[in-house]
Design a binder for this molecule. Sequence first.
Ligand code: FE2
Length: 293
Amino acid sequence: MADGRGHSRSALEVALERALAALGRGLYRGFARRAIASRLAGTREISRTRIELARGAPGLAGLRIAFLSDLHAGNYFGEDDWLAVCERVAREAPDLVCLGGDLINLFEHETHLLRKGLALLEPPLGRFAVPGNHEYHAAEEPQLWRSVLEDCGVEVLWNRGLRIGRGGASLWLCGVDDLRRGEPDLAQALDGAADHEPRVLLSHNPDLFIDAARAGVDLQLSGHTHGGQIVFRGYTPLRHSRFGFWAGHYRREGAQLYVGRGVGTTALPLRIGAPAEIAIIELRREQAERGPS
Ligand SMILES: [Fe+2]
């Protein structure tokens, strides 16, 4: 299923990442810093996607999830940027807020940058998070990341799930560890789900979708790819999905996947052809939408 815990980056990947980060830091200074930060913030979009689910009771129809991944806090994304994003999310009044990993960039203390913004988010059905590969770049066992989030009232779904009730209906919300750097355990995350409940899975890496579809997941929410982040005529140097799950909505074996382009940036403080995204996902019932035939 997974590439395996401890799948480490190659020396070339590490060298390239460091060179890009150094170049990015060089660009991100003084007047240029303000101009770049304001451009990144000004182009960040709110996307709205309706997902029709075959499974689930009528009470779930209209449930809205704010899905935010790849903040990379500490890397061209500071406390004020996060506050501004959270103000926009709070105005959307979602039922759930799900954080899809890579919330920090390289250091666990960057998690503290999220405290003030998280205090603005009080969705009625809760706030949830899973780790991404960058949480593992920050620490072999990102426990400080976890404890800061939990202190802020965020439930970390680390290979586990729970029942979310709404309008007399329920869904199984679960999350897994990072596919590339952690030890995702889908069976453990799905353990406890009832047959009639839609299973919504948070997995930082979209490539878990192949396994998730086979395991009966109805909807997977992922990030990691940044939508390519820098895209020229369909080509991107950031190839973060082996199966082409770059951005947007995919279907496979009755399951669905939504890949967000991410809230922040990595490597270079630049996005071309792949603007940052605050994803609002609205769940609908498949049959209810079509009406009587
Ligand atoms: Fe990321």
